[in-house]
Design a binder for this molecule. Structure first.
Ligand SMILES: [Zn+2]
Length: 468
């Protein structure tokens, strides 16, 4: 292999990522770890018999394989397919009936020499930091939590004890001017939003450009990360499929963030604690169903370091998608056409009320729920407003609409200074930008708020009676 360190990282990243605990998938990662440990100690070539005797006990102890030499035959032969292993003198070996691998007896008899490709051995034996980084990524992907004794068994105790997570690259906080410079340094796709680096660990990129930036959820340190797909309904495929896998397997991904006009920074490791489906606006300006992945930042990708509230959120998670688009159809959906404004208002007000009643618990989970449910209250108020400012003393509401055909209205709590209050339509009001500014900044804002509260309550009652 003449592709240098970058190629080596990519080939190790190509080791089968799935089927944790399924036994067989761990054979090759384990042989790679052992080979790196040997390279770190300056040993590059090994007789089959040496590999067999060293690796067989590890396979049964750490990879769930049956005890005995036969288990070593598989990775000894198959790892060649990953470009990470070479066996010399294979011409004379007798293969099994399927031709897939040599028999144990023929290997025992020929006892061929094998090892990492020479270029890889040179890199790993000369660059301890790189060896640690590569071995660290294998340990994180396949052996977290780290089984007792594994580092010693594969000869990596000295190199990695206590620093599996800090050996990984990039480091948290590393800034880059653009996606190309990230890819030049760490590989991976240059465009996709959810995609792994060359080491195969998933990365979620979050760009604040535009009006639909990913947001921190108030009252928590969680991030609502919009899924993969720029326009049209999003589906569980591509990046969203990778996210779902990480959610199910409870693995940490890298969260990169770019503030408006700022630099890309590997901001934090993060774990996906929930998934929501919500209405959003695609790049084409049209409403669509999109996924919001709830990311919990963690200081390290190793599970044993995660704080209790993250472990709790993972334990509470049912792994299901919380679909907020089912109960709150929008104008552009078929279901909406069959519902009257009154029925929709009732539905939305009830959804908002359910969230508000749970709010007293003040848990992070409630805050996440509230974050997704409050659009129900806002949409209800928009319906109630009939598209015009609800302030009875309004001096004139702009008739122009947005690109999406929506009225220019701001929905807010009548008194936002009362610490928010519940997100329920009876204490919220739709105001034109002028009235909103008067309520927020005007000299008479206190009187205006006092006057608007009964207006909101009255309009809520009247609308429910069908009289508005
Ligand atoms: Zn107004």
């Amino acid at each position: 292999m003449a592709d240098g360190a970058a190629g080596l990282i990519k080939r190790v990243g190509g080791l089968s990522p799935a089927a944790r605990g399924a036994g067989r998938a761990l054979h090759r990662p384990l042989l790679v770890l052992w080979a790196i440990g040997q390279a770190f100690q300056g040993r590059g070539e090994h007789r089959w018999s040496a590999v067999r005797d060293a690796v067989a006990p590890m396979l049964s102890a750490y990879a769930g394989a049956p005890a005995g030499a036969q288990s070593v035959v598989y990775p000894f032969w198959a790892l060649r397919g990953n470009g990470l292993w070479e066996v010399s003198g294979i011409e004379g070996l007798v293969l099994t009936s399927g031709g897939r691998r040599p028999t144990l007896s023929t290997l025992n008899e020929a006892d061929p020499l094998a090892g990492l490709p020479e270029g890889d051995f040179k890199i790993l034996s000369e660059d301890a930091e790189l060896a640690a980084r590569i071995a660290g990524s294998v340990l994180l992907r396949f052996f977290d939590p780290l089984p007792a004794g594994l580092l010693t068994a594969v000869g990596l105790e000295e190199l990695l004890a206590g620093r599996v997570d800090t050996s990984l690259r990039p480091r948290v906080g590393e800034p880059f001017s653009n996606r190309d410079t990230i890819a030049d340094a760490y590989g991976g796709n240059r465009v996709l939003g959810i995609t792994p680096l060359a080491d195969s660990i998933l990365t979620a990129y979050s760009d604040d450009k535009g009006p639909y930036a990913d947001k921190r959820i108030e009252g928590t340190d969680f991030i609502a990360y919009t899924g993969d797909g720029l326009s049209g309904d999003q589906h569980i495929r591509g990046g969203n499929k990778s996210m779902q896998l990480y959610q199910v397997e409870q693995r940490a991904l890298r969260y990169w963030h770019k503030p408006h006009r700022g630099q890309w920074t590997f901001e934090s490791w993060a774990v996906i604690v929930e998934c929501h489906r919500r209405w959003g606006r695609g790049e084409d300006g049209k409403m669509r169903r999109e996924f919001a992945w709830i990311l919990a930042p963690v200081a390290s990708p190793l599970r044993r370091t995660w704080p209790q509230h993250v472990l709790d959120a993972l334990a509470e998670g049912d792994g299901l998608v919380h679909d907020h688009t089912a109960n709150t159809p929008l104008d552009e959906t078929d279901e909406a056409e069959t519902l009257s404004d009154l029925d929709r208002y009732r539905q939305l007000a009830a959804a908002a009320g359910r969230t508000a009643s749970r709010r007293t618990q003040r848990s992070r989970r409630t805050e996440v729920d509230r974050y997704f449910r409050s659009p129900a209250a806002r949409e209800a108020v928009i319906i109630r407003s009939g598209g015009t400012c609800e302030n009875p003393t309004c001096l004139g509401h702009p008739t122009e609409r947005t690109d999406a055909g929506a009225p220019i209205l701001e929905v807010d709590h009548v008194n936002e200074l009362s610490n928010g209050g519940d997100d329920v339509p009876e204490i919220m009001i739709a105001l034109c930008p002028n009235c909103h500014a008067l309520k927020t900044h005007g000299r008479n804002r206190r009187q205006l708020r006092a006057a608007l509260l009964p207006v909101a309550r009255q309009r809520h009652r009247t609308f429910l009676e069908g009289a508005l």
